[in-house]
Structures are given as structure tokens and as C-alpha cells.
Design a protein around this ligand. Sequence first.
Ligand code: SAM
Ligand code: SF4
Length: 354
Amino acid sequence: MINFCRSKTQSNSIESIKSMAHNKNILQDSHGRTHTYLRISLIERCNLRCSYCMPEKGVQLSPKSHLMTYEEIFEIAKTFVKHGVNKIRLTGGEPFIRKDIPVILEKLASLPAELSITTNAIIIDKFMDVLKLHGVKKINISLDSLNREKFKHITRRDQFDIVYKNLLLLVEENFNVKVNVVLIKGFNDDEIVQFINLTQNLPITVRFIEFMPFDGNKWDMGKLVSYEKIMDYVNVSFPKENIQRLQDAPNDTSKNYKISGYKGSFAIINSVTNPFCDSCNRLRLTANGQLKNCLFSSTESNLLATLREGKSIEPIIHKAVQTKLKMRGGMDTLEKLQEPKRHNNNRSMITIGG
Ligand code: SAM
Ligand code: SF4
């Protein structure tokens, strides 16, 4: 039986962070949105090469000295938690290829925030004990095809078997598993029903994600599989009375469904055709210490440089949150989203973290 625990030292530390909290709400933006969720990218590198995430030639990597150390990650995260962040998700690149991930998990687990991770699951089997020790229960894994050849094509690596094996291992070990599937028209939209059928016997949530535009990922609207199209596949494949619409959690980015009698559920994240910006509570910290106030923002705030100068990062965070635009980094219409020059100013997804 799984045992997710936090140590006594950790709970002492939780009390001390709570006592540091004060009223100045630096995480509320000018549109009234309060930010309680921080996504931290630990690394710019990855052991896969997913074509929707990174250009084939790779990305310009930051020099090692420009990346946050584990102490710096902890210091920055602590400031966010002090100001109301109660959820931290680690991502990348591939977070598990960072050598000091055990110590990062240990440090962050001492904060009073729920800790979760997004991974391609290739080496997660080596970290089961560490994840349990530090109370990490929610794991999102990326898997875009159930067909080995197609997996190899989209990720440019032949690793389907290990990812699928680790998905089953995570379920067996009672982790709360979500499977992220980026849908691309003509590539994997024919697998929607097969993915939903995975939830018949596995207590997982399969999340279909609309393909989003980022630098170098050759996005175009024609490759997108929309929410409506996904539901068309669902409606012709399952009896209407068996398709249950579930209650979405507050700030949820997805619309959740379940097929009656199935152990798991499925969800649709339609950030392109119906963005969820009104209820956005997310901030992103890149591996080189830049704060992004929106997934689509082309501007960033350098927290790491300020921290290294020994100055307070709070005014910078405050300003970044205050200047957050109402919708998709200013791309408030589909027309704007489709203008290449707008998303080419953003990073490639591999250096943001999703
Ligand atoms: N390597 C880890 C993984 O693959 O889960 C974490 C980093 S990855 C950048 C985080 C998430 O971003 C993954 O679920 C991936 O599918 C998603 N993602 C990457 N590029 C995307 C795109 N263009 N549109 C939608 N989702 C994307
Ligand atoms: Fe790597 Fe994740 Fe991007 Fe795929 S989606 S290249 S696994 S960072």
C-alpha cells in the first residue's frame, strides 16, 4: 500500500512559512484573478523530441550558470507560497533527468503547497520511493499514441514500451495519474476512442489537449482537433446515456467526462477554441529563472538575476502579475492567435513547461 508522507521537520517548516504570510496581495492581477498555482520548469533538456513541443534542430540552451540551482528554486518558490500559492507543479523539459530532483522534491515538499509533476514517464520507475517519501501523488504523463510506430514518429524516439509500462506501474502504485494527449488532425485523432477505452479498466484521466502554437512547432489551425470534433468521435462511439458530464474543479482548465461504468474519466482542454483565461490562476517559472505571467506571453521578468543580486523579488513578481493581459498574452481572438509573428516571439514549449 502506498504511503505518501511528510516528515516532522517539514511540518515545522510549514508553520513557519504560514506565519510569514501577510496581507499585501501581490498575486492578484488587475483583472481580479488571484494566482495560487505555480508551475516550475526544472530543465530545458529532454530525452524525447516531440515535434509539437520543440523544433527538430533543438533549442538554444541556457548556459548552466544561468539555470536555477535547487537552493534558488526553493527560495523563489518560498516567496510565492508566502503570497498564497498553494499548488506547485514541476515540469520541464523532462524533470526527472535533472540529477538533483530528489533534493528539489525534498525541499519543495517542506512548503505548505501541494506538489505534483508532469513527465514523459520514461525514467519515473527509478523515483517511486522518492515521490512517495515526499508526498507527491499527482502525476501527469504525456502519451500521444497507443501505437508504437506512431509514438516513435511524434517523439522521434522508440520509447513507447517503457512509457506504457510505467503508466501501468504508477496506477498499480496508487498514484493519481492523468495522461496528456496532444491531438493532431490526421495523426492521432483516430485514437480518441481507444484512449477513452483505456479508462474502462484503469482509474486514470485521459486529457485531450488542443494543439497550441509555440515557436518552431509548425502549428497551423488545420492541424487542430477541436472540442466539438472530439465530442463528435465520442458521440458516435458511445450510447448517449452513457456519456456523463462531470463537475469541473474550480480553476479547472478542462471539461471532464466519464463513460458510465468505466473506472477512469476523460477530459478536453480546449485552450485554443475556448480559452479559460477568465479563471486563470497560473504563473510559470522557467528553468532559467524567468517569470512568465501567461503561457502565451512574449515578455518575461528576470527573478533569478534579482535574487542573485541579493534584492527582493517581490516587487518584480507584483509588477509581472499586475501587467498580465486579460487573454492569451494579448492574442484575444483566433485571428491574432493565427498570426505567426505573435507566437514566434514566445519560447518553444520545451523551455516553458506546459
Ligand atoms: N516532458 C514532460 C512531459 O512531456 O510531460 C513535461 C514537459 S511538457 C512541455 C508539458 C506538457 O506540455 C506535456 O503534456 C505536453 O504534451 C504539452 N505540450 C507540449 N507542446 C504542446 C503544444 N504545442 N500544444 C499543447 N500541449 C503541448
Ligand atoms: Fe520532452 Fe515533454 Fe516536450 Fe515531449 S512534450 S519533447 S517529452 S518536454
